[in-house]
Unconditional design. Sequence first.
Length: 221
Amino acid sequence: MRTGRGNGTPGGLTVAAPRIGVLVSGSGTTLQNLLDRRRAGTLAAEIAVVVSSEPGVRALDRARDAGLAVATVPWRGSGGAGPFGISVTAVLEEAGADLALLAGFLRLYRFPDRWRWRVMNIHPALLPAFGGRGMYGAQVHEAVIRSGAKVSGCTVHFADHAYDRGPIILQRTCPVRLEDSPDELARRVFALEQEAYPEAVRLYAEGRLEVADGRVRVREG
């Protein structure tokens, strides 16, 4: 049940099953996890639309196979982050989305202020370390291993207008082993991502996320 958006912070919103727009750029493994969770009844959301920044990617095939609405907003030729963001927002709003989830979305989404605290991202490392422009996929895990870090994991955060920045909602951790390859570490981290993103959506749907002074407080249920 929608009770309103309050003062622009997520603490003023309760949506029993928010309609989400999933933003993709590639193979769609995170999208597939959301589809599987939705099918199993463990994702507290409906998928309203899948938006790709690239035509012809596997993620769009996954969405179509699941009977979802899809749209492509090409980055190339868009005129830059401003016009691109306007076009993506138009698709989300036309679909009636309450929340946008970046799911391997490789382009900066410069959203309008009315979408503040309504855009989440998941990153395969413990931000603020190993994030930023160009840090995605195997490059993240290679950097973690090179650094000698003993722990890695994933981070779900509210997005702002910079890559991998914004208030952190939750993090999950796993060990980094001396014998790890980037692929082995990626598999371990992705298992955490599969749990963390649906959990963040559930907290949002329950109206339990509050942002103040750049930090997220998770209210008791």
